[in-house]
Design a protein around this ligand. Structure first.
Ligand SMILES: Nc1ncnc2[nH]cnc12
Ligand SMILES: [Zn+2]
Length: 315
Protein backbone atom coordinates (compact mmCIF):
# COMPACT_ATOMS: atom_id res chain seq x y z
CA UNK A 1 0.00 0.00 0.00
CA UNK A 2 1.09 3.57 -0.59
CA UNK A 3 2.82 5.09 2.43
CA UNK A 4 1.59 8.61 1.67
CA UNK A 5 -2.00 7.38 1.61
CA UNK A 6 -1.55 5.55 4.88
CA UNK A 7 -0.05 8.63 6.47
CA UNK A 8 -3.04 10.90 5.68
CA UNK A 9 -5.19 11.45 8.77
CA UNK A 10 -8.81 10.74 7.82
CA UNK A 11 -12.30 10.12 9.11
CA UNK A 12 -14.55 7.26 8.05
CA UNK A 13 -18.18 8.35 7.73
CA UNK A 14 -19.83 5.38 6.01
CA UNK A 15 -19.13 2.02 7.60
CA UNK A 16 -21.59 -0.69 8.63
CA UNK A 17 -20.14 -2.52 11.62
CA UNK A 18 -21.89 -5.71 10.51
CA UNK A 19 -20.14 -5.28 7.17
CA UNK A 20 -16.73 -5.34 8.84
CA UNK A 21 -17.24 -8.95 9.94
CA UNK A 22 -14.30 -10.74 8.32
CA UNK A 23 -14.81 -14.40 7.36
CA UNK A 24 -12.20 -15.55 9.92
CA UNK A 25 -14.05 -13.85 12.77
CA UNK A 26 -17.38 -15.06 11.41
CA UNK A 27 -16.14 -18.65 11.61
CA UNK A 28 -14.62 -18.11 15.08
CA UNK A 29 -17.90 -16.68 16.40
CA UNK A 30 -19.89 -19.52 14.83
CA UNK A 31 -17.69 -21.99 16.68
CA UNK A 32 -17.92 -20.06 19.96
CA UNK A 33 -21.73 -19.93 19.68
CA UNK A 34 -22.07 -23.49 18.34
CA UNK A 35 -23.71 -22.40 15.10
CA UNK A 36 -23.54 -24.62 12.05
CA UNK A 37 -22.65 -22.62 8.92
CA UNK A 38 -23.67 -23.46 5.35
CA UNK A 39 -20.08 -22.88 4.12
CA UNK A 40 -17.37 -25.50 4.55
CA UNK A 41 -14.58 -23.03 5.35
CA UNK A 42 -13.42 -19.42 5.10
CA UNK A 43 -12.42 -19.82 1.47
CA UNK A 44 -15.83 -21.19 0.52
CA UNK A 45 -17.46 -18.19 2.22
CA UNK A 46 -15.15 -15.76 0.44
CA UNK A 47 -16.08 -17.51 -2.80
CA UNK A 48 -19.70 -16.51 -2.18
CA UNK A 49 -18.78 -12.81 -2.28
CA UNK A 50 -19.87 -12.27 -5.88
CA UNK A 51 -22.86 -9.97 -6.24
CA UNK A 52 -24.95 -8.64 -9.11
CA UNK A 53 -26.71 -5.97 -7.07
CA UNK A 54 -27.32 -4.61 -3.58
CA UNK A 55 -30.00 -7.17 -2.71
CA UNK A 56 -27.77 -10.18 -3.43
CA UNK A 57 -25.19 -8.72 -1.09
CA UNK A 58 -27.73 -7.91 1.62
CA UNK A 59 -29.04 -11.49 1.63
CA UNK A 60 -25.56 -12.77 2.51
CA UNK A 61 -24.79 -9.89 4.88
CA UNK A 62 -27.87 -10.61 7.03
CA UNK A 63 -27.05 -14.31 6.99
CA UNK A 64 -23.48 -13.58 8.15
CA UNK A 65 -24.69 -11.33 10.97
CA UNK A 66 -26.50 -14.30 12.52
CA UNK A 67 -23.27 -15.43 14.23
CA UNK A 68 -23.35 -12.25 16.37
CA UNK A 69 -25.13 -13.29 19.55
CA UNK A 70 -23.47 -11.98 22.72
CA UNK A 71 -22.19 -8.65 24.00
CA UNK A 72 -18.66 -10.03 23.63
CA UNK A 73 -19.33 -10.84 19.96
CA UNK A 74 -20.33 -7.23 19.25
CA UNK A 75 -17.32 -6.01 21.20
CA UNK A 76 -14.95 -8.24 19.23
CA UNK A 77 -16.49 -7.16 15.92
CA UNK A 78 -16.11 -3.47 16.74
CA UNK A 79 -12.64 -3.84 18.21
CA UNK A 80 -11.35 -5.64 15.11
CA UNK A 81 -12.63 -2.74 12.99
CA UNK A 82 -10.97 -0.16 15.26
CA UNK A 83 -7.63 -1.95 14.94
CA UNK A 84 -7.96 -1.57 11.16
CA UNK A 85 -8.67 2.13 11.67
CA UNK A 86 -5.54 2.47 13.75
CA UNK A 87 -3.43 0.75 11.11
CA UNK A 88 -4.81 3.03 8.37
CA UNK A 89 -4.64 6.32 10.27
CA UNK A 90 -8.41 6.72 10.53
CA UNK A 91 -8.54 9.08 13.51
CA UNK A 92 -12.32 9.43 13.72
CA UNK A 93 -15.15 7.11 12.73
CA UNK A 94 -18.94 7.39 12.56
CA UNK A 95 -20.11 3.80 12.12
CA UNK A 96 -23.64 2.57 11.51
CA UNK A 97 -25.21 -0.41 13.14
CA UNK A 98 -28.59 -1.95 12.29
CA UNK A 99 -30.40 -2.81 15.56
CA UNK A 100 -33.27 -4.51 13.73
CA UNK A 101 -30.94 -7.08 12.17
CA UNK A 102 -30.37 -8.32 15.70
CA UNK A 103 -33.52 -7.56 17.67
CA UNK A 104 -35.59 -9.38 15.02
CA UNK A 105 -33.50 -12.51 15.86
CA UNK A 106 -34.20 -12.12 19.57
CA UNK A 107 -30.95 -10.39 20.58
CA UNK A 108 -31.82 -7.59 23.02
CA UNK A 109 -31.07 -4.02 21.86
CA UNK A 110 -28.94 -3.35 24.93
CA UNK A 111 -26.74 -6.44 24.36
CA UNK A 112 -25.87 -5.19 20.88
CA UNK A 113 -25.34 -1.60 21.97
CA UNK A 114 -23.30 -2.37 25.10
CA UNK A 115 -20.79 -4.49 23.17
CA UNK A 116 -20.38 -1.92 20.40
CA UNK A 117 -20.21 1.09 22.71
CA UNK A 118 -17.70 -0.46 25.11
CA UNK A 119 -15.34 -1.18 22.21
CA UNK A 120 -15.76 2.37 20.89
CA UNK A 121 -15.04 3.85 24.33
CA UNK A 122 -11.97 1.60 24.69
CA UNK A 123 -10.93 2.68 21.18
CA UNK A 124 -10.95 6.31 22.28
CA UNK A 125 -8.89 5.54 25.37
CA UNK A 126 -6.45 2.96 24.04
CA UNK A 127 -6.17 3.83 20.34
CA UNK A 128 -7.00 7.54 20.30
CA UNK A 129 -9.83 7.08 17.77
CA UNK A 130 -12.88 9.30 18.38
CA UNK A 131 -16.33 8.24 17.28
CA UNK A 132 -20.00 9.06 16.80
CA UNK A 133 -22.38 6.11 16.54
CA UNK A 134 -25.29 6.11 14.04
CA UNK A 135 -28.42 4.02 14.58
CA UNK A 136 -29.65 2.93 11.17
CA UNK A 137 -33.18 1.82 10.28
CA UNK A 138 -33.75 -1.00 7.80
CA UNK A 139 -35.84 0.56 5.05
CA UNK A 140 -37.30 -2.75 3.80
CA UNK A 141 -39.11 -2.99 7.14
CA UNK A 142 -42.14 -0.91 8.10
CA UNK A 143 -42.47 2.60 9.49
CA UNK A 144 -43.97 1.08 12.63
CA UNK A 145 -40.95 -1.16 13.15
CA UNK A 146 -38.66 1.86 12.78
CA UNK A 147 -40.73 3.73 15.41
CA UNK A 148 -40.36 0.72 17.73
CA UNK A 149 -36.60 0.76 17.26
CA UNK A 150 -36.42 4.48 18.01
CA UNK A 151 -38.40 3.79 21.17
CA UNK A 152 -35.99 1.02 22.20
CA UNK A 153 -33.11 3.47 21.78
CA UNK A 154 -34.65 6.06 24.08
CA UNK A 155 -32.96 4.93 27.33
CA UNK A 156 -29.60 5.05 25.50
CA UNK A 157 -30.13 8.36 23.70
CA UNK A 158 -26.69 9.71 24.62
CA UNK A 159 -24.96 6.79 22.89
CA UNK A 160 -25.88 8.13 19.43
CA UNK A 161 -25.20 11.17 17.31
CA UNK A 162 -27.60 10.42 14.47
CA UNK A 163 -30.08 8.08 12.85
CA UNK A 164 -29.61 6.70 9.35
CA UNK A 165 -31.46 4.68 6.72
CA UNK A 166 -30.06 1.66 4.89
CA UNK A 167 -30.86 -1.75 3.31
CA UNK A 168 -32.83 -2.30 0.06
CA UNK A 169 -33.22 1.10 -1.59
CA UNK A 170 -35.46 0.47 -4.60
CA UNK A 171 -39.15 0.62 -3.70
CA UNK A 172 -38.42 2.03 -0.24
CA UNK A 173 -38.15 5.80 -0.74
CA UNK A 174 -37.10 8.15 2.05
CA UNK A 175 -40.69 9.47 2.21
CA UNK A 176 -41.70 6.17 3.88
CA UNK A 177 -39.74 7.29 6.96
CA UNK A 178 -40.49 11.01 7.07
CA UNK A 179 -42.47 10.80 10.33
CA UNK A 180 -39.85 8.59 12.02
CA UNK A 181 -37.13 11.07 11.11
CA UNK A 182 -39.30 13.97 12.31
CA UNK A 183 -39.59 12.24 15.67
CA UNK A 184 -35.87 11.47 15.79
CA UNK A 185 -34.98 15.10 15.06
CA UNK A 186 -37.36 16.24 17.80
CA UNK A 187 -35.35 14.03 20.17
CA UNK A 188 -32.15 15.76 19.10
CA UNK A 189 -30.76 13.22 16.65
CA UNK A 190 -29.01 14.44 13.52
CA UNK A 191 -30.00 12.54 10.37
CA UNK A 192 -28.29 10.87 7.42
CA UNK A 193 -29.61 8.43 4.81
CA UNK A 194 -28.47 6.14 2.02
CA UNK A 195 -29.80 7.66 -1.19
CA UNK A 196 -28.83 7.50 -4.84
CA UNK A 197 -26.82 4.29 -4.54
CA UNK A 198 -29.18 2.27 -6.76
CA UNK A 199 -32.15 4.60 -6.37
CA UNK A 200 -32.93 7.63 -8.57
CA UNK A 201 -32.05 11.29 -7.90
CA UNK A 202 -35.65 11.75 -6.68
CA UNK A 203 -34.71 9.71 -3.58
CA UNK A 204 -31.85 12.14 -2.87
CA UNK A 205 -34.25 15.10 -3.12
CA UNK A 206 -36.58 13.35 -0.67
CA UNK A 207 -33.74 12.59 1.74
CA UNK A 208 -32.76 16.27 1.73
CA UNK A 209 -36.24 17.81 1.82
CA UNK A 210 -38.21 15.29 3.88
CA UNK A 211 -35.61 13.68 6.13
CA UNK A 212 -33.50 16.86 6.37
CA UNK A 213 -30.25 14.94 6.26
CA UNK A 214 -26.82 16.37 7.06
CA UNK A 215 -25.01 14.02 4.65
CA UNK A 216 -25.94 11.77 1.75
CA UNK A 217 -24.68 8.20 1.98
CA UNK A 218 -23.50 7.19 -1.53
CA UNK A 219 -25.37 9.77 -3.66
CA UNK A 220 -23.44 8.84 -6.80
CA UNK A 221 -26.59 9.08 -8.96
CA UNK A 222 -26.83 12.82 -8.17
CA UNK A 223 -24.80 13.46 -11.32
CA UNK A 224 -27.88 12.54 -13.38
CA UNK A 225 -29.73 15.66 -12.17
CA UNK A 226 -28.03 19.01 -12.78
CA UNK A 227 -30.34 20.98 -10.49
CA UNK A 228 -29.62 18.54 -7.67
CA UNK A 229 -25.88 18.83 -8.33
CA UNK A 230 -26.11 22.61 -8.04
CA UNK A 231 -27.88 22.33 -4.70
CA UNK A 232 -25.35 19.83 -3.33
CA UNK A 233 -22.48 22.09 -4.42
CA UNK A 234 -24.09 25.36 -3.24
CA UNK A 235 -24.99 23.95 0.17
CA UNK A 236 -21.79 21.87 0.43
CA UNK A 237 -23.75 18.77 1.44
CA UNK A 238 -21.23 15.98 2.00
CA UNK A 239 -21.48 12.68 0.09
CA UNK A 240 -20.06 9.55 1.74
CA UNK A 241 -18.94 7.65 -1.33
CA UNK A 242 -17.79 4.01 -1.24
CA UNK A 243 -15.88 3.20 -4.45
CA UNK A 244 -15.09 -0.51 -3.96
CA UNK A 245 -18.66 -1.13 -2.81
CA UNK A 246 -20.00 0.50 -5.97
CA UNK A 247 -17.95 -1.85 -8.13
CA UNK A 248 -18.77 -4.98 -6.11
CA UNK A 249 -22.49 -4.17 -6.25
CA UNK A 250 -22.33 -3.18 -9.93
CA UNK A 251 -23.40 0.43 -9.51
CA UNK A 252 -20.54 1.05 -11.97
CA UNK A 253 -19.17 -1.66 -14.28
CA UNK A 254 -15.58 -0.68 -13.70
CA UNK A 255 -13.62 1.60 -11.35
CA UNK A 256 -12.50 3.61 -14.38
CA UNK A 257 -16.12 4.70 -14.78
CA UNK A 258 -16.52 5.88 -11.19
CA UNK A 259 -17.62 9.52 -10.91
CA UNK A 260 -16.10 10.47 -7.53
CA UNK A 261 -13.22 12.54 -8.93
CA UNK A 262 -15.50 14.27 -11.43
CA UNK A 263 -17.70 15.29 -8.51
CA UNK A 264 -14.68 16.39 -6.48
CA UNK A 265 -13.50 18.60 -9.33
CA UNK A 266 -16.97 20.12 -9.68
CA UNK A 267 -16.81 21.21 -6.05
CA UNK A 268 -18.88 18.49 -4.37
CA UNK A 269 -17.79 17.69 -0.82
CA UNK A 270 -17.15 13.99 -1.50
CA UNK A 271 -15.47 11.62 0.96
CA UNK A 272 -13.98 8.10 0.60
CA UNK A 273 -15.34 5.24 2.74
CA UNK A 274 -15.45 1.46 2.84
CA UNK A 275 -19.15 0.63 3.49
CA UNK A 276 -18.79 -3.13 4.16
CA UNK A 277 -15.05 -3.73 3.96
CA UNK A 278 -15.08 -7.44 4.80
CA UNK A 279 -17.30 -8.07 1.79
CA UNK A 280 -16.00 -5.55 -0.72
CA UNK A 281 -12.24 -6.10 -0.68
CA UNK A 282 -10.85 -3.39 1.51
CA UNK A 283 -10.93 -0.69 4.15
CA UNK A 284 -10.56 3.04 3.58
CA UNK A 285 -6.98 2.95 2.33
CA UNK A 286 -7.72 0.22 -0.21
CA UNK A 287 -10.51 2.47 -1.50
CA UNK A 288 -8.10 5.39 -1.85
CA UNK A 289 -5.56 3.11 -3.54
CA UNK A 290 -8.16 1.94 -6.07
CA UNK A 291 -8.87 5.56 -7.00
CA UNK A 292 -5.17 6.13 -7.51
CA UNK A 293 -4.69 2.98 -9.56
CA UNK A 294 -7.80 3.18 -11.75
CA UNK A 295 -8.65 6.88 -11.92
CA UNK A 296 -5.25 8.47 -11.56
CA UNK A 297 -6.17 10.25 -8.33
CA UNK A 298 -3.34 12.64 -7.48
CA UNK A 299 -1.84 13.19 -4.05
CA UNK A 300 -3.46 16.65 -3.97
CA UNK A 301 -6.89 15.12 -4.68
CA UNK A 302 -6.34 12.50 -1.97
CA UNK A 303 -5.53 15.26 0.50
CA UNK A 304 -8.73 17.11 -0.39
CA UNK A 305 -10.78 13.94 -0.01
CA UNK A 306 -9.24 13.26 3.39
CA UNK A 307 -9.76 16.87 4.45
CA UNK A 308 -13.40 16.66 3.33
CA UNK A 309 -13.88 13.63 5.59
CA UNK A 310 -12.58 15.55 8.59
CA UNK A 311 -14.82 18.53 7.80
CA UNK A 312 -17.94 16.40 7.20
CA UNK A 313 -17.90 14.84 10.67
CA UNK A 314 -21.06 15.14 12.74
CA UNK A 315 -19.23 14.86 16.05
N1 LIG B 1 -24.24 -0.48 0.63
C1 LIG B 1 -25.34 -0.60 1.38
N2 LIG B 1 -26.49 -0.05 0.95
C2 LIG B 1 -27.60 -0.18 1.68
N3 LIG B 1 -27.66 -0.84 2.83
C3 LIG B 1 -26.53 -1.40 3.29
N4 LIG B 1 -26.31 -2.10 4.41
C4 LIG B 1 -25.02 -2.45 4.41
N5 LIG B 1 -24.41 -1.99 3.31
C5 LIG B 1 -25.34 -1.31 2.60
ZN1 LIG C 1 -23.79 1.71 3.26
Amino acid sequence: MYDWLNALPKAELHLHLEGSLEPELLFALAERNKIKLPWHDVEALRGAYAFNNLQEFLDLYYQGADVLRTEQDFYDLTWAYLLKCKAQNVIHTEPFFDPQTHTDRGIPFEVVLRGIKQALVDGEKQLGISHGLILSFLRHLSEEQAFNTLEQARPFRDAFIAVGLDSSEMGHPPSKFQRVFDRARSEGYLTVAHAGEEGPPEYIWQALDLLKIERIDHGVRALEDERLMQRIIDEQIPLTVCPLSNIKLRVFDDMRQHNILEMLERGVKVTVNSDDPAYFGGYVNENFAALHDSLGMTEAQARRLAQNSLEARLS
